[in-house]
Design a protein around this ligand. Structure first.
Ligand code: FAD
Length: 451
């Protein structure tokens, strides 16, 4: 086995770990990056399948994600806008299909209720320090209220509640809204500054990276060269006051600092010697992954466009509850991407593959008609079965967890730091958050290395 001495060992070659490593190297320090998989990029991943280019994980860049945009510029990466010309589709609970532009095609009283709920959430989020939700004066109380109950206490309009609920629960945390708190929902909003930034698909799903989001990690890894080890899951991390030894399959790295750049639910895959302090061992059990299937279907042409449709659609009761045009530039084929969330995703995985495919394509057809039933290529991203991820998009606290344990998530344990988009404030749960926590973690460690 290879044995190395480095200033810092980084565990995980997702965007968070790779940015941490890049910044440390820029500051003149030596690093080794140990990655469990045979590829870099973690929850960003692309593949050519049946003649189409699929982004299987994170892909969109929001127009307000400055840290990610700065990194893309630094790497010379280009982006392209999402296709959004034409009408969007809204399918109401009674099956009524409505085309629209701008505001949702619901009763004006419902739109007013949505505005009122959003204003209430924005007001709470504005009171929050996004880096310290647990420090909010009412953190404990807000963390004890289910998001679903809170919405119900504010509005009798079922459709307005369902739409606002959908954005946070299905659209972001990919958990049902009775399983997380108002405080957790506030963090989600504060991480994008306002609810508008989080839900306006014009802002949130603004652009994609030419070559796919994974290519960002691939380029950083290529520049790090032989500092990156693939197929090297870290099994044990021994640590003392000022040093660590990371034992991975085939590689052992001695270093002054370690960065555990894996999603929180995977922390306990590593054996720590000595064990982590009691509070960490408890805290690390209370963040869990959401579950969503990213479903993509490629067609010989983007047939919805000629019907005047943008490819955007919403129907919170449908199997596929939101859908967008995901066509790549320079491809003749058109692609739709849709999302199947939480229990719905579990129901789908319980079906035989053919039935699952049919159910999902029928749902695409509810938005765009029968042409959607016959794709040329089709892919369901199964992150829940990936040993080194175990869910999608990201992890969040169970009810009551954020106020009780959040305060330790970003603190080092001796020479061990933690870095993941899932424990970051601004950009929480997004690639942008991974870039931000990578920058910040490198700065914190570099200060100690040069002290
Ligand atoms: P990860 O990417 O999970 O990286 C962790 C790495 O650690 C992995 O490579 C893993 O293999 C490795 N690892 C784990 N355990 C070990 C171990 N013991 N030893 C060594 N290595 C280990 N974000 C957006 O901004 N826009 C989007 O459009 C978007 N869509 C998404 C769609 C899907 C389907 C998913 C899954 C995510 C999406 N996200 C999106 C979220 C975004 O992809 C993540 O927030 C981000 O990629 C997380 O980066 P990370 O480095 O913190 O974690």
């Amino acid at each position: 086995p290879v044995e190395l001495d480095r200033d810092v060992v980084v565990i995980g070659a997702g965007i968070s770990g790779l940015v941490t490593a890049r910044r440390l190297v820029e500051a003149g320090h030596t690093v080794a990056v140990l990655e469990a998989r045979d590829r870099v990029g973690g929850r960003t991943w692309s593949q050519e399948i049946d003649g189409s280019f699929f982004e299987i994980g994170g892909q969109w860049v929001s127009s307000d994600q400055d840290a990610l945009k700065a990194l893309l510029a630094e790497l010379g990466k280009e982006t392209f806008p999402r296709y959004r010309d034409g009408n969007s589709v809204y399918v109401a609970r009674d099956g009524d299909r409505r085309e629209f532009r701008g505001a949702f095609p619901v009763a004006s009283s419902t739109l007013e209720e949505i505005d009122r709920l959003v204003a209430a959430l924005d007001a709470l989020a504005a009171e929050m320090d996004v880096d310290a939700p647990w420090a909010h004066p009412r953190a404990g109380e807000l963390d004890s209220i289910q998001f679903s109950s809170w919405l119900a206490s504010l509005s009798d309009d079922e459709e307005a509640r369902r739409i606002v609920d959908h954005y946070i629960a299905a659209g972001m945390l990919t958990k049902r809204s009775h399983t997380f708190s108002v405080l957790q929902a506030m963090l989600m909003v504060a991480s994008a500054e306002t609810f508008e930034n989080l839900i306006d698909e014009g802002i949130l799903l603004d652009a994609r990276v030419v070559g796919g989001m994974q290519s960002v990690s691939e380029q950083i890894a290529a520049e790090l060269g032989d500092a990156v080890f693939l197929g090297a899951p870290v099994r044990r991390l021994s640590w003392g006051p000022s040093s660590v030894v990371a034992l991975a399959d085939g590689v052992t790295v001695r270093a002054r600092f370690a960065v555990v750049a894996v999603p929180p639910p995977l922390y306990s895959r590593i054996s720590y010697e000595p064990a982590l302090p009691r509070l960490r061992q408890i805290a690390h059990q209370h963040q869990s992954m959401g579950l969503v299937i990213k479903a993509q279907a490629a067609y010989d042409r983007p047939f919805w466009r000629s019907a005047g449709l943008s490819g955007t659609g919403f129907a919170s009761h449908e199997v596929v509850c939101e859908v967008y045009d995901n066509t790549s530039p320079h491809e003749e084929r058109g692609m739709l991407v849709g999302f199947v969330v939480s229990e719905r995703a579990e129901e789908m995985w319980a079906l035989p593959a053919e039935d699952r495919k049919r159910a999902i394509l029928e749902s695409f057809a509810a938005y765009f008609g029968p042409e959607a039933l016959a794709p040329a290529a089709f892919l369901l991203a199964d992150w829940g079965s990936e040993e080194w991820t175990r869910g999608a998009y990201a992890s969040s606290y169970e009810l009551g967890g954020l106020s009780r344990w959040g305060h330790v998530q970003n603190e080092p344990v001796g020479p061990i730091y933690f870095a993941s988009s899932d424990i970051q404030g601004a950009g929480y749960m997004h690639v942008d958050g991974g870039v931000r926590i990578g920058d910040a973690t490198a700065t914190r460690i570099a200060e100690r290395l040069t002290a």
